[in-house]
Design a binder for this molecule. Structure first.
Ligand code: GRF
Length: 203
């Protein structure tokens, strides 16, 4: 499946996906990367791996709708069938999300439905939880709210700093996202009636 990745920054999840997809047996091909920030380091990382990368900056468009439409046009030009959000730090509008519903996924650095939004690791440490992690889910108009596809848990260790926990979760993200995209690209995880329907595999 032709897959486009939307980023805003570093692009380490994007890189993990490009690497997974370089295996000819992997069911998704990363056909392009789009950033809403012209200076996103991930753009250079994608280009260095031979993946077309472009910036579509919010500041070049009069409003959010026009920006979403420019991204949609670029996705059309890429022939994208699946959109992967990988550290894309902007909320996509309802009409964009509804158009792509079931074909757009996101990774969130927490075990949803806990810790939606920002500063997840800081909040988890403040609460004293002993298990934390990351979630890949289908995107719906409400932020960090769509049906869950896959999760990975990591321990919170005594003495962890925010950086320690961030790094441990990020490593889990890099393992989880390629697994989740594979399920979606193979049609083994589908969004149906607001839920994730699984088929064609055993755990
Ligand atoms: C990741 O932790 C992702 O879960 C969050 O933002 C971070 C992006 O990192 N939404 P990267 O750009 O993939 O390195």
């Amino acid at each position: 499946k032709r897959t486009a990745v939307l980023i805003s920054g570093r692009g380490s999840n994007m890189t993990a996906l490009i690497e997974a997809a370089s295996d000819p047996d992997y069911p998704a091909e990363i056909v392009g990367v789009i950033s809403d920030k012209a200076n996103a380091p991930g753009l250079g990382m994608a280009a260095a791996r031979g993946v077309p990368a472009q910036a579509i900056a919010r500041s070049d468009y009069p409003d959010k709708q026009a920006h979403d439409e420019a991204i949609d046009t670029a996705l059309g030009a890429l022939g994208a069938e699946i959109i992967v959000l990988a550290g894309y730090m902007r909320i996509l509008g309802r009409s964009f999300v509804e158009k792509w519903q079931g074909r757009i996924i996101n990774i969130h650095p927490a075990l949803l439905p806990s810790y939606k939004g920002l500063d997840t690791h800081k909040r988890a440490l403040a609460d004293g939880v002993r298990i934390h992690g990351c979630t890949v889910h289908f995107v719906t108009p409400a932020m960090d709210d769509g049906p869950i596809i896959a999760q990975a848990a990591v321990p919170v260790l005594v003495g962890d700093s925010e950086d320690d926990l961030t790094a441990r979760v990020l490593k889990a993200e890099h393992r989880l996202y390629p697994v989740a995209l594979k399920l979606v690209a193979e049609g083994k995880a589908r969004m149906e009636a607001g839920r994730t329907a699984f088929s064609g595999f055993t755990e």
